[in-house]
Design a protein around this ligand. Structure first.
Ligand SMILES: [Fe+2]
Length: 439
């Protein structure tokens, strides 16, 4: 009980119920089984701290990996003599410190615009490529060392084993670099229009075939502005969907883009209306400012902030939506009080489609009986291994990473987003404009 009481004050202090450790309170309050355990709470805190300091941790790691990559190029690939352990370690320490000092300034520069922004973006692009390449080289070394021992026992010479490593690691490193080069160029420019038929049990015949254009995570201010934003609006309008749903992260973080972005979004048109919710990045940008600007420049967009509205038409059909809690973008087991309130007032005469930003609220939405939930937030990971795309970066933070999920009679669609967060890279994860077709 003491743990739960402490847990309750944590939730209250944060102003929202949105973490695994807070889930215990919500479950108890709503009569569900408590999922609280000290171990889970500790793990949740660790995750939170890790992601809260993500940039610092990655910038430190980057220094180590830069040395590892340098060593691989000089010693393994070029076959030259390395500088030795001591020099290597000193260089790594210097690069760790330099990257950690540079990171806050580069993040500030990214917001400044102009050439500081271009330098920052270049550094970030090189940084993410180096992190993944360095990690793969580290794994390759870890795999090679025991293999080399085994080959030596089998009578294979050290030189032959090293040559084998040089060849194999070169194939992997150059493939990786080619993947990143594509991801930063052609890969991130691809836009896929997807068609998602969704069976809703008990859907009235008159609503069968209704089409919702679903876009998410525009991140206006991070590459999708001006003519590109106009082109997106035009493209979505041309789809002539019955209604348009926008599931958050409309803006990236820079309030200077809000007025102009709202004005351009005001051109979105659909027969039954345009509906939107706010995401975590809209919080970073300023959610009240965004709401006020959309109201002024895009009055056709109905922002759902804990609201449920009946869609115009003879057959009862509703849309509901809530603000994203903003904090802790990696939180699992999100439970939102506003969503609870909406779920307790579900109308009996027609289906309700719920718009939320982060898909982690899906279990709560299922429990409350929402038949269809549209979400974004994950960007499908932006980087996915070749294949189905299900092995992607977003899996680190949620199991609802991209696509369609059906659980306990509810359906969730997680849109891959039309914008990008951070570096403009996408690999095996094109930008998406989805058409949800009700059946
Ligand atoms: Fe986003």
């Amino acid at each position: 009980m003491g743990g739960l009481a402490a847990n309750g004050s944590l939730c209250a202090a944060r102003g929202w119920v949105g973490r695994l450790d807070c889930q215990a309170n919500a479950d108890s309050a709503f009569g569900g089984a408590s999922r609280y355990s000290p171990a889970r709470m500790k793990w949740s805190e660790l995750r939170s701290r890790f992601f809260g300091n993500l940039f610092t941790i990655l910038s430190g790691l980057l220094g180590v990996f830069q040395v590892l990559i340098g060593h691989w190029i000089v010693v393994v690939f070029a076959g030259r003599e390395g500088p030795g352990w001591v020099s290597g370690l000193l260089l790594a320490a210097a690069l760790v410190a330099a990257n950690m000092l540079a990171m806050p300034n580069l993040r500030r520069a990214a917001r400044a615009g102009g050439w500081p922004r271009r330098i920052s973006r270049g550094y970030m692009a090189l940084g993410i490529t180096s992190l993944v390449t360095g990690l793969v080289i580290a794994i390759a070394w870890l795999g090679f060392l025991p293999l080399a021992g085994l080959l030596t026992v089998l009578g294979v010479s050290g030189d032959t084993a090293f040559e084998f490593f040089r060849l194999m690691s070169s194939v992997v490193v150059f493939t990786l670099v080619a993947m990143f080069a594509w991801g930063f160029t052609g890969g991130q420019r691809l836009v896929e229009e997807t068609r998602i038929p969704v069976d809703l049990p008990g859907l009235p015949d008159s609503l069968s075939g209704l089409r919702i254009a679903h876009i998410s995570d525009l991140h206006i201010g991070n590459g999708l502005e001006d003519a590109r934003l106009d082109a997106l609006v035009e493209r979505v309008n041309a789809m002539e969907a019955d209604l348009i749903a926008l599931t958050g992260d409309i803006f990236d973080f820079d309030p200077r883009h809000v007025e102009d972005g709202a004005r351009r979004l005001g051109a979105l048109r659909a027969r039954l209306g345009v509906f939107a919710v706010l995401g975590n990045h809209d919080h970073y940008t300023g959610r009240e400012y965004i709401a006020e600007s959309l109201g002024r420049h895009a009055p056709g967009i109905q922002l759902l902030r804990g609201d449920m509205v009946r869609v115009p038409g003879e057959t009862p059909f509703y849309l509901a939506g809530v603000d994203d809690p903003g904090a802790d973008w990696t939180a699992r087991g999100v439970v939102l009080q506003e969503l609870e309130d909406l779920g307790n007032a579900l109308p009996a005469d027609g289906p309700v489609v719920l718009l939320i930003h982060r898909p982690e609220a899906f279990p709560q939405a299922q429990r409350l009986g929402f038949p269809l939930v549209l979400a974004g937030h994950t960007h499908g990971g932006q980087l996915a291994l070749p294949g189905s795309g299900h092995l992607n970066l977003a899996r680190i933070v949620t199991r609802y990473h991209r696509g369609l999920y059906r659980e306990n009679g509810s359906t969730l669609y997680v849109n891959r987003g039309i914008g990008v967060a951070g570096p403009a890279i996408r690999f095996n994860c094109p930008r998406e404009i989805a058409t949800i077709e009700l059946r």
